[in-house]
Design a protein around this ligand. Structure first.
Ligand SMILES: [Zn+2]
Ligand SMILES: [Zn+2]
Length: 350
């Protein structure tokens, strides 16, 4: 596997993407570059050793071991993780194969919120909660907020709707002798099409859907062609749910919306009954994009609490304890390999 590093051409330092300036910046000598001008300038290759026997809390994902091209330290990561920070030397590393070929994203929404913004949002959020245990306020813990690019499929399609309905309008009145009821019967037809663009469905098995939905929407106008430079300093995962596997969910979302829209144009009837309805799909297209999210996972009394913030708009949610078990598997997958060695040693001696 090819490991890609963001070595500063001026001083050799590890460069990072700066959400404020939207440039890639060296924190040591302050050199800055436009991301679109940025090209890979330093690559190393690493034997990606499969760490099959490594028992972790990371769930079912296979683990891999990479060796850092800068310090030689060995890094343990999940199979999906493609952008990470070396836990020993803080070098920013991308495993190129996770973002090339069939894994190459078409677009990316770059982070516009900084980690500081996320930490501030988190602090005012927990401050507003009373009687939270100390762990939620611990600075070292808050510093664990991580910026993650989440894989998304974006679907286009045209939904062709056709529906017929039987409707009635009822009129009642009375005179001195009788009560009258007049029922008029109507045949109602609606047909037409509605086009949808870039409807997002997340492309990761571990990603809690309720979490992503609660920090939506993302502004797709800010989406730019993918460049690896945007990943520098952030975690990023490749998709592990294919566009084909997510398709049904996306089409369902679009057809449901089209059906609702057409039906909402029918009103004024006392009763309404569909007699025939259909919705078919054409002009399907799918693109692959990465979306920016900040997350912080807190465990207290064996329950996981999740704080997540949209890395583009700053919208955040807190307290999603039921999903957080999944999220923690997804978001915190990097560890130094020393842990593996300790594990091996323990196995030998006990
Ligand atoms: Zn530099
Ligand atoms: Zn390193």
């Amino acid at each position: 596997m090819a490991l890609h590093e963001y070595e500063c051409p001026a001083c050799g330092g590890a460069m990072e993407f700066n959400p404020k300036t939207q440039k890639i910046k060296c924190p040591y000598c302050d050199s800055e570059f436009d991301v679109k001008d940025y090209v890979a300038n330093h690559s190393a290759s690493s034997d990606n050793v499969s760490a099959e026997n490594y028992e972790t809390a990371q769930g079912d994902q296979p683990m891999f071991i990479y060796s850092c091209g800068s310090c030689g330290g060995e890094i343990l990561a999940t199979e999906s993780l493609g952008s990470m920070k070396c836990p020993f030397c803080s070098n920013n590393i991308v495993v190129s194969e996770k973002f090339n070929g069939k894994f190459a994203p078409d677009y990316i929404i770059p982070f516009t919120k900084t980690k500081d913004d996320a930490m501030q949002a988190y602090k005012s959020y927990v401050k507003s909660k009373r009687l939270l245990p100390k762990v939620f306020f611990d600075e070292n813990h808050i510093d664990e907020i991580k910026g993650v690019y989440v894989p998304f499929w974006l679907y286009d399609s045209t939904q062709h709707y056709s529906g017929t309905f039987a409707g009635t309008k009822i009129r009642t009145w009375r005179d001195s002798n009788y009560n009258y009821t007049e029922t008029s019967h109507y045949h109602i037809e609606r047909s037409g099409y509605e086009s949808f663009e870039k409807v997002p469905v997340d492309g990761s098995k571990e990603m809690p859907d309720d979490l992503m939905e609660s920090i939506e929407p993302f502004d797709q106008k800010a989406m730019v062609p993918f460049n690896m430079g945007y990943l520098a300093g952030f975690l990023a995962n490749k998709y592990n749910v294919t566009s084909q596997e997510s398709r049904d969910r996306a089409i369902k979302r679009m057809s449901t919306s089209a059906i609702t829209d057409f039906k909402s144009t029918i009103h004024g009837y006392n009763t309404l009954r569909p007699t025939a309805e259909s919705c078919t799909t054409s002009d399907e297209k799918v693109k692959y994009a990465l979306y920016p999210v900040y997350v912080l996972n807190t465990t207290w009394k064996e329950i996981n609490y999740l704080f997540a913030m949209n890395g583009q708009t700053g919208k955040f949610v807190g307290n999603l304890p039921f999903s957080a078990v999944q999220a923690s598997k997804y978001y915190f997958p990097i560890a130094g390999i020393t842990a593996v060695i300790a594990f091996a040693v323990l196995t030998l001696f006990f």
